[in-house]
Design a protein around this ligand. Structure first.
Ligand SMILES: *Cc1c(COP(=O)(O)O)cnc(C)c1O
Length: 429
């Protein structure tokens, strides 16, 4: 019998009621499905706060929550309340963070193609750091500062020619990336020289390097730091931001290192490499991913004898595009019976007109799974809601935060009116 879902994949406050139902933050998941409908993202607020606090402790030089992983007003506030600054990568993310009340000084702006308008907004607001990504961006910054906008503090994004993935670390030997300034071709050195020269449009305070995402081993960060150390030492700038990328376990059997070990490994590498800059980081996934589960309702079960069984739910690639985009894997369970064995192999699909609309290629589910059941997928808190779309003109799901026996709606479900709003013929635009 395939085992029940591993509790290590569930949010930290998950508990099991006497009747076998799952509670998160003291709230029963099946009750949340009844109250708010499905699909529904449920975030464990205590879990989010615990990860933010770990990050703040692990990087005393400052740590930025990478908002692209999951952003709404409540999330921006929560991360900032817990002592994180925010990494934003567009005018939209910047605007939301400011509206949520995060001081501009606590924001860092990324982007390989920041528009003049985005840069103007950032400078006018007084963002704490701009991560400069290209020579064209330097031109634009010069223009804005000449127009009288305030010179921002800035980091130079360096592309080190190494990439880290889940299990491996690849030295690509070249900087084939749309991001940043290459190390080997001398672009990084030229950018630093230009931004330090008299008349520079920024106050250059440091370097930035981001080596990838869903990285399981903190050694990968240490090895990337070895590659950039000579350049970091030669620049002698006071700050180094090592980006984000620490991974999380999505399925049973995966093990990752945790935030405290990441901070310790990076600090140790700095000591060993003679890097005395203040080190900051930008975690996204590791803050938000495991904090959430998505609740769906099973609508149809189609058995094709000798082939497979398809279990179709009321969401799909618009609330979790990662399986379709990256072949990412997930687990599933029934919140009404979280301790049930899962002997049945099925494919969980969504309701979009696309064969690639798969949520779980090989899901293990309980034998009695039936139409009408609420089905949950854990570890959906990062790059799910944030990457969502309205394909097939379906509304984006609602998001709730749960804590201390209470749920609060932080993003309401979209309505038909929301979907029509920008339609010039049918909407109010
Ligand atoms: C995506 C990204 C992050 C966050 O990555 P995670 O894998 O979610 O931690 C941080 N910094 C930069 C520059 C990024 O592009």
């Amino acid at each position: 019998m395939a085992a029940p879902i591993d509790h290590a994949l569930l949010p930290e406050t998950a508990t099991v009621a006497d009747d076998g139902g799952l509670l998160v933050g003291g709230v029963r998941l099946t009750d949340l499905a009844d109250t708010y409908g499905t699909p529904l993202f449920v975030y464990d607020e205590a879990h989010l706060r615990a990860r933010c606090r770990e990050a703040v402790a692990a990087f005393p030089g400052g740590v930025y929550y990478a908002t692209k992983a999951f952003l709404c007003g409540a999330m921006a506030r929560l991360a900032h309340e817990e002592g994180m600054r925010l990494d934003v990568a567009s005018g939209g993310e910047l605007g939301l963070a400011l509206r949520a009340g995060v001081p501009a000084a606590d924001l860092l702006l990324h982007g390989n193609n920041k528009s003049t308008e985005e840069l103007r907004e950032a400078l006018a607001a007084g963002v704490g750091r701009i991560v400069v990504d290209s020579f064209d961006e330097i031109d634009r910054l010069e223009g804005l500062v000449a127009d009288g906008l305030r010179r921002p503090a800035a980091l130079v994004r360096v592309t080190p020619g190494v990439e880290a993935h889940t299990h491996d670390y690849v030295s690509t030997g070249q900087e084939d990336s749309k991001f940043g300034f290459g190390l080997r071709d001398g672009a990084a050195e030229r950018a630093v020289a230009r931004l330090r020269a008299p008349g520079s449009p920024v106050d250059l305070v440091g370097l930035h390097v981001h080596i990838g995402s869903q990285i399981f081993r903190t050694d990968s960060f240490a090895r990337a730091m070895e590659v950039i150390a000579p350049f970091v030492r030669s620049c002698g700038l006071p700050e180094l931001n090592i980006g984000g990328g620490l991974g999380v376990a999505y399925v049973e059997g995966e093990t990752t290192e945790r935030i405290p070990a990441w901070g310790a490994r990076v600090a140790e590498a700095c000591r060993a490499l003679g890097i005395d800059a203040t080190v900051s980081a930008e975690p996204g996934r590791v803050i938000a991913a495991s904090a959430a589960v998505t609740l769906y309702t099973v609508g149809t079960v189609k058995d094709i004898p000798g082939v497979r069984t398809y279990v179709a739910v009321d969401g799909g690639m618009i609330d979790n595009p990662r399986p379709a985009l990256y072949g990412s894997e997930y687990e599933a369970f029934l919140p009404r019976a979280v301790g049930a064995d899962r002997p049945r192999a099925v494919r969980v699909v969504g309701k979009h007109c696309e064969s690639g609309d798969v949520l779980l290629h090989e899901a293990a589910v309980p034998a009695d799974l039936a139409v009408g059941d609420v089905l949950a997928t854990p570890v959906t808190g990062a790059y799910g809601f944030a990457m969502g779309s309205n394909y097939n003109r379906m509304p984006r799901p609602a998001v709730v935060f749960v804590a201390d026996g209470r749920a609060r709606l932080v993003v309401r479900r979209e309505t038909d009116a929301d979907l029509l709003r920008t339609d010039a013929l049918l909407g109010d635009g």
